[in-house]
Design a protein around this ligand. Structure first.
Ligand code: CP
Length: 309
């Protein structure tokens, strides 16, 4: 029981058995959360620190709730209000947190590879909560949990992911993870937002929104990440929404029991019209709920590994 590595750096580093162990553990954690008494003692005597160099609502709060539900001492550090603003380096900051006896550091950083760089220097386990445009493994795991609750198997399932593929660490983690479980991922978005090499990762690049959604088992929209763009990659919001938005008609081309996902936060009326976002096929709110269960599972399995050494 437990993960093979000290750290959770990406879906790349997890094998199929570890992914399924996280998903099965998360199902149990979801029962705990819904039982009326969310408290467990799995992390009693442990400490968890969130270290976020980028903004977050869902990931940071769900990790904080998960660690508190499981009884750990927890704290958070952001760039504003810490010595990062005095110029302290990433390594010095992480070593300082480590030397206070922290067991698990959950970090988000704008640089791809930042958690991979830190991990060998630290006794604490590092969890990647999003590194640049590289990976966001716990988001992919909560997306997979939401699918797992509806699929009997991932084998042969067709997952359509549409939007700003280029800037998305969520799509990269999902392609890697879903492929390991036997699912197939199709992607679609403006050519200016389609990274070179996405097909080599195992994704099919669709020709239109309709081509991407046609016969899919699940459809996922991605946020247009304006904050990562140096210049505009599409002519206007109106044109983006017209040519790349997930309309009701496009969603109806997916399998009858297909569902709509989005990692959030959403630009309403850009990647998804608001009435589609809230339609009865939408499981977007459920993804948020599943985020806490998945993060409890990750903290539990990393702690089990640490305890076994
Ligand atoms: N999906 C996601 O990572 O959301 P936050 O940026 O709010 O954490």
């Amino acid at each position: 029981m437990g993960l093979k590595s000290k750290d959770l750096l990406g879906m790349k580093q997890l094998d199929k058995e570890e992914i399924m162990e996280i998903l099965d553990t998360a199902k149990t954690m979801k029962l705990v959360i819904s039982s009326g008494n969310k408290k467990t003692s799995h992390l009693q005597g442990k400490s968890v620190v969130t270290l976020f160099y980028e903004n977050s609502t869902r990931t940071r709060l769900s990790f904080e709730l998960a660690s508190k539900y499981m009884g750990s001492a927890s704290a958070n550090i952001t760039t504003s209000g810490s010595s990062v603003n005095k110029g302290e380096s990433l390594l010095d900051t992480a070593r300082t947190i480590d030397m206070m006896g922290t067991d698990i550091i959950i970090m988000r950083h704008s640089q791809s590879g930042a958690p991979h760089f830190l991990a060998p220097y630290l006794n604490a386990s590092i969890v990647n909560a999003g590194d640049g445009m590289n990976e966001h493994p716990t988001q992919a795991l909560l997306d997979m949990l939401t699918m797992y609750e509806r699929f009997d198997t991932f084998e042969g399932k067709e997952i359509a992911i549409l939007g700003d593929i280029y800037h998305s660490r969520v799509v990269r983690s999902n392609i890697i993870g879903l492929s390991k479980l036997g699912a197939k991922v199709r992607v679609y978005g403006p050519k200016t937002m389609m990274p070179i090499g996405i097909e080599e990762m195992g994704a099919y690049v669709a020709k239109s929104v309709e081509d991407c959604c046609d016969g899919a088992d699940a459809v996922m929209g991605l946020r247009v990440q304006l904050e990562r763009m140096q210049s505009s990659l599409f002519p206007s919001v109106a044109e983006y929404s017209k040519y790349y938005g997930i309309t009701k008609e496009a969603l109806d081309l997916a399998k009858p029991d297909a569902f709509l996902m989005h990692p959030g936060p959403c630009n309403h009326g850009v990647e998804i019209p608001t009435d589609v976002y809230d339609c009865d096929k939408s499981v977007i709110n459920e993804q948020v709920t599943n985020g806490v269960a998945v993060r409890m599972a990750v903290l539990y399995l990393l702690t089990a590994r640490r305890n076994s050494l």
